[in-house]
Design a protein around this ligand. Sequence first.
Ligand SMILES: [Zn+2]
Length: 93
Amino acid sequence: MMRSDLLSYAGSYEEPHFLESCTLCSKPLGHNSDIYMYRGNTPFCSQECRQEQIECDEAKERRWKIASSKKTKSTETTKKSTTVQTGTLVASN
Ligand SMILES: [Zn+2]
């Protein structure tokens, strides 16, 4: 569900270049050349380019999940301790 939401956003954002060139190496995609699609709307000139993008995306998603779960936790902790410190400061002044 989340993934398809992101997809439609990215798709509308990249629409002007849709099918014009390879997403990875920017090689122009002609009507007679093979186009390898990925995630429905991302074109590549070859299976190699597409595979590289898939691997890159998977690595990014994995890092994102780890980073975002860590980030949320540490942000909450920082917020809480900042609030406590500010409150103490205000009270003592
Ligand atoms: Zn390419």
